[in-house]
Design a protein around this ligand. Structure first.
Ligand code: S3P
Length: 175
């Protein structure tokens, strides 16, 4: 029986793309915390931020994460800031093997700003905001992760397969 996979990492690290591929490889169901929030509220992420503020968004995110504890057969892509709250960190660990998808900052920045749909980067100086958020969060991703995978130098198509191999190695080491 394959474990659940929990993808964490900064905006632009490829959690959704890799998560979908991982789900296809494993037969697991793919879930994304942002998608679940959007569906539940029938509003986009920028609309939720502007109507409820970041705290309101985080409350919805926490609810989604906590509701998934005990659910089997899933690949979960978590929003980049889901790791900020301690109850979420505890829940993510319970849900499955935590994989930190990392990449070099320039790659992350380019990918994170491509869509213009990330309200936290909607500031006068997005790169400065990005750098300061990334440096305040890196240690949290690091401390939470069972497995870290840097996708900067891996072909996009190969990332999911390699992540799967890393997780299997981690599982056999852990016994
Ligand atoms: C956020 C990341 C976003 C989304 C929201 C806040 C963050 O998800 O949850 O805009 O705090 O880093 P992605 O990591 O999927 O972009």
């Amino acid at each position: 029986m394959l474990p659940n996979f929990v993808l964490i990492g900064f905006m632009g690290c490829g959690k959704s793309t890799v998560g979908r591929r991982l789900a296809a490889l494993t037969g697991h169901r793919f879930l994304d915390t942002d998608d679940a929030i959007v569906e539940a509220r029938n509003l986009s992420i920028p609309e939720i931020f502007s109507q409820l503020g970041e705290d309101g968004f985080r409350d919805l995110e926490q609810q989604v994460v906590e509701d998934l504890v005990g659910v089997a057969g899933i690949v979960l892509s978590s929003g980049g800031g889901a790791i900020l709250r301690e109850p979420n960190r505890a829940a993510l660990k319970k849900i499955g093997i935590v994989v930190w998808l990392d990449a070099d900052p320039d790659t992350l920045f380019e990918r994170a700003t491509r869509t213009g749909r990330r309200p936290l980067l909607n500031t006068p100086n997005p790169r400065e905001t990005f750098d300061s958020l990334l440096s305040s969060r890196r240690h949290i991703y690091e401390s939470l992760a069972d497995v870290r995978f840097d996708s900067s130098r891996t072909e996009q198509d190969d990332v999911a397969r390699k992540v799967l191999e890393e997780v299997m190695r981690f599982r056999s080491r852990r016994g």
